[in-house]
Design a protein around this ligand. Structure first.
Ligand code: AMP
Ligand code: AMP
Length: 331
């Protein structure tokens, strides 16, 4: 068995971790990035051009570790149909990609979520407006009242309640962003806290460098395009909150969709009342684990050797292979 993934996102870490556990590795993707994975960072034993070279992967006896890039490039429907063994539960993809289902899942897990306004005329505090299908904050805008909403929504061609077209209006939660990374071992029935990051986003993380008056003059609006990730360790008294949230998400997934296993991440903010408010779940490895190629403070507390999330995935594959339980974790 070889470990493969799409050449972007967290592939360096995944393939490095797989090599550390003694697997041969395969990267596939755009020709231009081949040197990144074979020369500058020699983590891939094989590099195949293409967004999903199914026949080659099958003949190499590869398993695919899904990442945000892999799913984005292939699309949920193709991922559901792929024949190369996939690490994780594919049922989760539907729940995650539909805002209504995702919310049902997170509500079942009793997480604190931002309030959602069905009717713009009910807006009674700061809100963030997310157009349907918008990604990475593109097209999001902030509003503070129904009047403000209708004025700004004109830009999107929204003039009345009939033309809302699947936008979501969420309470804007003021707090600091915290993205805990978990790993749930299906083999051992155990949740692990792997690491925590915050994102470094353009332009929100740049706006604070400009005085407020000039921000107004320039008519700036916020965008959330990810540029990189910054490690965080959390105030220790908040760790149980984060761990319990992860445990409840796994339990809810068992009730709703046959389980969630492997790496996942809750994306949210901590408010000044010390409440963890969650916007979103990513049900696979997130790129925020990348600062921790050599392990994190949390993985170091559990293991006496460096364990990244990528390596933890490979450890699970190794254990499953040894115990002849691969069918329990591959789909
Ligand atoms: P890419 O392969 O870099 O185009 O990324 C594919 C998807 O993963 C996009 O939706 C990105 O927003 C997300 N992504 C990529 N890198 C990161 C990162 N370092 N942190 C958070 N999200 C990321
Ligand atoms: P999303 O596309 O949901 O990942 O959101 C992109 C970014 O917008 C997040 O990383 C947050 O910084 C911010 N954000 C999203 N939803 C909210 C919210 N309800 N309150 C405050 N900030 C939010």
């Amino acid at each position: 068995m070889k470990v493969s993934t799409y050449a972007s996102h967290s592939a360096l870490q995944i393939l490095k971790g797989a090599k550390e556990e003694g697997f041969e590795t395969v990267a596939f993707g755009k020709a231009r990035v081949k040197p990144l994975y074979t020369k500058y960072f020699p983590v891939a034993d094989y590099f195949i051009e293409g967004s999903y070279p199914e026949e080659e992967l099958l003949s190499l006896d590869a398993v695919v570790i899904p990442t945000g890039s892999f799913v984005a490039h292939l699309g949920v429907e193709l991922v559901e149909k792929m024949r190369v063994p996939y690490y994780g539960n594919k049922e989760v993809l539907r729940w995650e990609s539909d805002r209504t289902l995702e919310r049902r899942w997170l509500e079942r897990a009793k997480l604190r979520l931002p309030r959602v306004y069905e009717d713009p005329d009910d807006i009674d505090g700061p809100v963030i407006v997310k157009p349907h299908g918008a990604k990475g904050g593109k097209g999001y805008f902030l509003a503070k009242s129904p009047e403000d909403f209708w004025e700004k929504a004109k830009r999107l061609g929204i003039r009345d309640k009939d033309s809302l077209g699947g936008i979501q209006i969420q309470e804007y939660v003021l707090g600091v962003p915290v993205y805990p990374h978990y790993f749930y071992s299906k083999l051992n029935h155990e949740l692990e806290l792997m690491s925590i990051d915050r994102r470094y986003e353009s332009n929100v993380d740049a706006i604070g460098r400009i005085p407020a008056e000039e921000q107004l003059d320039l008519g700036l609006s916020t965008n959330y395009t990810v540029i990189g990730n910054i490690p965080i360790v959390l105030r220790e008294s908040l760790l149980m909150d984060v761990i319990e949230a992860g445990e409840r998400v796994v339990e809810a997934a068992e009730e709703l969709m046959g389980g969630l296993w492997g790496p996942f991440c809750l994306e949210g903010v901590f408010t000044e009342e010390l409440e963890f408010v969650v916007f979103e779940i990513s049900a696979r490895i997130v790129a925020g684990t990348n600062p921790f190629v050599h392990g994190s403070p949390y993985s170091w507390l559990r293991y006496d050797y460096p364990v990244s999330t990528g390596r933890r995935i490979a450890m699970e594959l190794r254990q499953a292979e040894d115990e002849e339980r691969l069918d329990e974790i591959l789909t």
